[in-house]
Design a binder for this molecule. Structure first.
Ligand SMILES: [Zn+2]
Length: 290
């Protein structure tokens, strides 16, 4: 059997936890929407850069400010139905700057979307201060994340790089890999960037063949996650194993092996889509065994 029956994805199972399904979004969640037309008298503020945000673990950002935002702040959307602003800060080492990964571990999935946006918007804000075509200082557009050159009209948007991420499955077993960057005993799903001209599915088959030498059958798209390290959009799939023996690309991967629900290595944190793919399939296996 190539795959155990997939259970429907609902708000009640683990895969919906990251807010991947529109149905699970609440009004209080972080939302992108046009800037308010009326004068702003209070706003949420988050002071951050690509590494992290200011705050204390007992008081996670954003923080409510009972004043209009200053001109150095960027409107990024709505938080609990009030406007939320990013104040970009320079790269610095300070005890108050808490890394994004720490925030992700101490806050819920609604914060993940907000923090992910801040980290990526900071990159865009920082990298396009000057026009990439003519060198003029750029201006920030009012209605979208765009920096526009007043001299040549060249426009720069935040970079978003699509990636595939996949759990290769074969009946009740699934393939996980260990990269040289991982700590000992830690395994994750396979992932890679989509190259120019490729569909997500072509990229997925190519990456899996390059990294572990396996051929795949059917692919099942499950959901996506914006991953701010540094600008990836992860497209998550289950991929059915079809043929081949594991053969490693040793520059990328130092080990890959089949695991089962009864034999799990150290896994990625709950907030990562890699873990969500694994947990979803474990839920399917448990349902199938009943
Ligand atoms: Zn220009």
């Amino acid at each position: 059997m190539a795959i155990v029956p997939l259970i429907p994805i609902t708000a009640a199972n683990c895969f919906a936890d990251l807010g991947m399904l529109a149905a699970t979004q609440t009004q209080d969640a972080f939302q992108r929407a046009p800037k308010p037309k009326d004068p702003i008298t209070e706003h949420w503020l988050i002071q951050a850069n690509a590494q992290g945000a200011l705050g204390t673990l007992s008081q996670a950002p954003p923080h409510l400010i009972l004043e209009p935002p200053t001109t150095s702040c960027l409107f990024i959307g709505y938080w609990q139905q009030k406007p939320v602003y990013l104040q970009p800060i320079e790269v610095m080492e300070t005890a108050e700057l808490i890394p994004w990964r720490t925030w992700f571990q101490h806050t819920d999935s609604q914060h993940f979307a907000l923090y992910s946006t801040c980290a990526q918007v900071w990159h865009w804000w920082h990298e396009h201060i000057f026009c990439g075509r003519c060198g003029q200082q750029t201006l920030i557009a009012d209605h979208e994340f765009a920096r526009i050159c007043p001299a040549c009209a060249h426009t720069s948007y935040p970079r978003i790089s699509p990636c595939i991420i996949t759990l290769v499955v074969d009946g009740e077993r699934f393939l996980l890999a260990h990269s040289p960057r991982f700590k000992t005993g830690f395994y994750s799903t396979l992932a890679g960037f989509i190259e120019a001209g490729e569909s997500a599915e072509q990229a997925l088959r190519r990456e899996v063949y390059e990294e572990v030498g396996l051929h795949l059958g059917r692919l099942h798209y499950l959901g996506s996650q914006s991953w701010p390290f540094s600008h990836s959009l992860m497209l998550g799939y289950l991929a059915e194993y079809q043929a081949g023996d594991i053969r490693l690309d040793e520059e990328e991967i130092t080990d890959a092996a089949w695991f089962s629900a009864d034999n799990l290595p150290l896994l990625p944190p709950q907030f990562a889509i890699s873990r969500q793919l694994i947990d979803y399939y474990l839920t399917c296996i448990a349902a199938h065994r009943q």
